[in-house]
Design a protein. Structure first.
Length: 137
């Protein structure tokens, strides 16, 4: 199954889920040995290898970071070809004053928000889903 592409159905079905723990973004040399690490996500950039790691792993390996995040998964199975989903939830979070870093997986979008704003982010996303529901006559 390739996932949902209809924006209305996507928004109605967001089902945001807060995952336990705290997460950080770290940058290592492009050729760094990752055998001792279990990143949630990685991206190779000109400046090095960016990793999203559990905070405990970064601390245990002495890796520097400056952003501590909560991880929210949108449980809706969104298609990678869907148009407007990221714009919709990021606009709602921006309106609430919440920064958001997004990682798209093959099945779900994963949002990293400041840990102290996690509950507000959840309520904002739930409100977005509720506001997207069709109105009964």
């Amino acid at each position: 199954m390739s996932g949902e592409t209809n924006l209305s159905r996507l928004l109605q079905s967001l089902q945001p889920q807060l995952n336990p723990g705290q997460y950080v973004f770290c940058t290592l040399a492009a050729d760094a040995d990752l055998t001792a690490l279990s990143p949630l996500a990685s991206m190779r950039e000109d400046e090095g290898l960016s990793l999203v790691l559990p905070r405990e792993q970064a601390d245990a390996h002495g890796l520097p970071y400056d952003y501590v995040a909560a991880w929210i998964t949108l449980r809706v199975h969104s298609s990678l070809a869907a148009v407007g989903l990221t714009a919709s939830f990021s606009a709602a979070l921006a309106h609430a004053g919440i920064s958001c870093n997004v990682v798209a997986g093959a099945h779900h979008d994963h949002l990293f928000v400041p840990t102290e704003r996690a509950e507000k982010a959840l309520s904002t996303l739930r409100a977005l889903a509720a506001a997207s529901m069709p109105v009964s006559a």
